[in-house]
Write a protein that binds this ligand. Structure first.
Ligand SMILES: *Cc1c(COP(=O)(O)O)cnc(C)c1O
Length: 818
């Protein structure tokens, strides 16, 4: 009886959805449903609008509800790598059955139209994707978090491969409009640039500052809904769009300078034109600083304006109820901007404003690489943001007085810790500004936090040990398991129920099934069908045929020297060398997939892409290699591709130089989907290995401490000379075997490997990597053994849910006593 009622009510919901779909198709879009030419495009659009309608009332309800609760967490990030929204919304709103039925009436499956949605690629890689996973978890945990970002007109570039080289094309993701945004011009803010400061006395004789003669830019918000998993909560991602204050400057126009007037409009709108495509490195361009300040100023004004509307100018409880979580140093200027707004706009005393600022700012560090630590030249900063520079000087003066008090006469320490770096090029150190202005500083994996405390931020840790804490990253199990791996998700629901979708620690219950051979076989049958789906994608996008009987060995992530795609290539060349010499004893056939984008200005990273493609071409063309080895480079790696790649992977390559990868999150997606990791003791790999057990993880390479040690007398040439396998690999590369028609192009790569100053220690870890890869072959040949490892990886992945991470942010950073 119960069951019948439920199914009839869901049936009603299904009919309603079907009607709404037709209404949007016929009335909103003006298409005909008996028109055989009704394309998937219009079906996608009408389905999107139908789903969106269902989000909107919960969205409003969530806003009303949050209106009663003064708590507001603002997550400030220059990147949100959201990917597609339709299926995520359908999953989170529990609309799958209704949608399926409705689409059947159009002789269509959801898979047929999903490809009509383009990825929202407003991020580079891990950092931006983390922000998107966090928003999903915050909504699911019903925490009042607003994401603040920029509405780039061009997101992450589209990568194509021509003659083996990366070619970048603009990502015009807004060309067909964006279903998932709502323009909310009523929340428009004005952001100032340039000009100068003027001091004056107010009516009470207090000294005040005006920032005058500024160039103003309008910040128009576009809101995207962030639905929680089946809990009626819909949070907001607010993306700011830059627009000129007037269509164009009328004075200039009347003076006859029409082109200058229009140019000014373009300058304003340039701010949100394009995402900077650098991951883990900075360019120091003025436009980037303008983007950072634009995001920060508009967002802080938005929060303060909302506060004022509800509580007037009484800020007594502001710090108690507000947190600004800074996703890396990119929005670190928030520290100075909040001071400016409180002091100049709300006429607050400096000390009181500083108390509020340092009780509301929280900073997440994402990297130990020096090239990623942002600094801005004082000259540029002063020209673009003169008032902010004054404030930073004041913050620094007061801070250094504090340091001098604790360590009298320690001039060297003062110089080291100063927010303003002295020397020929005076510069603002954004990470230091973030630390000084925040009550919480966190790293993103245990090792990373430890290295911050002992290394990069040691002086600050000695001053304020209580600020430092760790929050190991996570990924959302909705997108990265329930959605992307339907087969495994059903098996899990059948075996341990569906509690894991909201509480991933329940995957523990799976551990006993690792010993159940019938279960393990079903688990591996699902893996096989995911490998088939992946093979189809690789055939389509790379033109390489993958054999699902082989090991699917995958490394997809941004191309960066520290991630060591090069080490992977050396292994491929080593296998190829063995094959051509007839030495296939103990080898297990494998298909190796690499993918990822290189920053357009990063020469060596782009050359690595060319090398992968060149090696792939030689290997794939060689009939001797065909039974043993296939290699493909996956073009335009992005969120949607990852959703297909991680479920079909056997072996997850996480092979960064120890001490360089802050956490990694790709490692977690693979683990959840039953891939086994080959990896170094770096970032969250360490925690992954602890969770799954050393026996179920292929470890190799030096530790972070050993890497530090080894630099002192590193001699790659003698390592190469002493290892016949590595020697042959280097000889093959240097002989031009893979670049017969482009002589010498890989010299920079082989020279880097042979350099005693190679920071990435490729040669040092080669032998132990090759040995670990042999252990992979040995285990894979034992099907039940591999299956057991794969099951245990999924079963042990519970702690890598971003729900766990966000609960820790909530309990240990956001909800605190002020
Ligand atoms: C998860 C993810 C990343 C991060 O991968 P890492 O291996 O942690 O660097 C980057 N890009 C996309 C598209 C992702 O989905």
């Amino acid at each position: 009886m119960m069951k019948k009622q439920m199914s009839s009510s869901s049936n009603t919901a299904g009919k309603k959805l079907s009607k709404d779909l037709d209404r949007h198709l016929n009335l909103t879009l003006g298409r005909d449903n008996c028109d055989v030419n009704t394309s998937h495009h219009y079906l996608y659009k009408s389905l999107g609008k139908t789903v969106r309608d269902r989000l909107i009332s919960s969205w409003r309800a969530t806003r009303c509800h949050h209106h009663e609760d003064p708590t507001r967490i603002s997550y400030l990030s220059l990147e949100f790598l959201v990917g597609r929204s339709l299926q995520n919304a359908i999953l989170n709103l529990d609309l799958e059955e209704s949608v399926k039925d409705a689409l059947h009436e159009h002789a269509c499956e959801l898979e047929d139209i999903e490809s009509e949605e383009v990825d929202a690629g407003l991020g580079n890689g891990g950092l931006g994707r983390l922000a998107a996973c966090f928003l999903d978890s915050c909504a699911t945990l019903n925490i009042p978090v607003t994401g603040y970002g920029l509405r780039y007109h061009y997101g992450m570039f589209q990568q194509t491969i021509r003659n083996g080289y990366q070619v970048e094309r603009p990502d015009m993701w807004l060309r067909h409009g964006n279903l998932w945004e709502l323009e909310t011009p009523e929340y428009t803010r004005v952001v100032k640039f340039r000009g100068r400061t003027e001091y004056y006395h107010d009516d009470h004789g207090h000294k005040r500052v005006h920032w005058v003669n500024t160039n103003d830019v309008l910040a128009i918000p576009y809101d995207m809904p962030v639905p929680g998993y089946r809990n009626e909560t819909v949070n907001t991602l607010r993306l700011w769009n830059a627009e000129a204050t007037d269509e164009f400057n009328l004075d200039e126009f009347h003076a006859g300078d029409y082109t200058d007037a229009v140019a000014a409009k373009n300058r304003a709108e340039l701010i949100t034109m394009v995402l900077y495509p650098n991951d883990s490195s900075v360019q120091g361009k003025a436009l980037r600083l303008r983007q950072q300040y634009f995001l920060v100023s508009a967002s802080l004004q938005d929060v303060l304006h909302n506060w004022e509307r509800r509580y007037g100018r009484d800020f007594t409880n502001f710090a108690k109820n507000n947190v600004f979580q800074l996703n890396d140093t990119h929005p670190a200027i928030a520290v100075a901007e909040l001071m400016r707004l409180l002091v100049d706009h709300y006429w607050m005393e400096w000390e009181q404003a500083w108390t509020i600022t340092t009780a509301t700012m929280a900073y997440t560090n994402h990297t130990l690489l020096p090239e990623a630590l942002e600094t801005w030249s004082v000259e540029l900063f002063g020209e673009l943001l003169p008032r902010l520079l004054e404030i930073i000087y004041e913050i620094n003066a007061r801070f250094l007085a504090q340091v001098a008090e604790k360590w009298p006469a320690d001039v060297d320490r003062l110089r080291r810790m100063s927010i303003v770096g002295e020397g020929d090029n005076r510069h603002i150190r954004m990470a230091y500004l973030a630390i000084v202005g925040s009550y919480s500083v966190n790293g993103v994996a245990a090792l990373h936090t430890e290295l911050l405390e002992k290394g990069l931020f040691r002086d600050f840790y000695e001053l304020w040990p209580e600020k430092f804490n760790n929050k190991t990253n996570g990924v959302t199990p909705r997108r990265w398991l329930a959605h992307c791996n339907r087969g495994l998700a059903s098996l899990l629901v059948e075996t341990i129920g569906d509690g894991w979708v909201k509480d991933l620690s329940e995957l523990e219950k799976l551990k006993v099934y690792a010993e159940d051979s019938a279960f393990a076989e079903r688990f591996m049958a699902i893996k096989l069908s995911n490998k088939e789906r992946l093979a189809a994608l690789v055939a389509h996008d790379c033109g390489v045929s993958f054999d699902t009987n082989m090991i699917f060995d995958v490394q997809v992530k941004r191309i960066h020297e520290y991630k060591r795609q090069l080490l992977n290539v050396l292994h491929i060349v080593h296998l190829y060398d063995r094959i051509t010499r007839g030495d296939t004893n103990g080898m297990y056939p494998r298909c190796v997939l690499l993918g990822g984008k290189a920053a357009p200005g990063y020469f060596i990273a782009k050359l690595i892409i060319k090398l992968v493609n060149s090696v792939a071409e030689v290997v794939n063309r060689d009939a001797r290699a065909r039974p043993w080895l296939r290699v493909a480079f996956f073009p335009n790696f992005r969120v949607t591709a990852m959703e297909r790649i991680c479920p079909g992977t056997d072996l997850s390559e996480q092979i960064s130089t120890a001490g360089k990868e802050a956490s990694g999150t790709g490692n977690m997606k693979f683990m959840m989907n039953g891939a086994v990791t080959i990896g170094t003791l770096d970032g969250a790999n360490i925690e992954i290995r602890n969770a799954v057990g050393a026996d179920n993880f292929f470890l190799f390479g030096m530790t972070a401490a050993e890497v530090e040690q080894a630099h002192t007398n590193y001699d790659p040439n003698s390592i190469i000379a002493a290892d016949p396998d590595l020697n042959r690999v280097m000889s093959l590369l240097e002989s031009g075997q893979f670049n017969l028609f482009e002589k010498g192009i890989f010299d920079p790569i082989t020279q880097a490997i042979r350099s005693p100053t190679d920071p990435w220690m490729i040669a040092a870890d080669f032998r132990s990597y090759i040995d670990a890869q042999q252990r992979v072959c040995d285990v894979y040949a034992d099907k039940p053994m591999w299956a057991r490892m794969a099951v245990l990886n999924t079963a042990s992945s519970g702690e890598f849910s971003s729900d766990r991470t966000i609960k820790q942010y909530r309990d240990e950073i956001w909800y605190r006593d002020v």
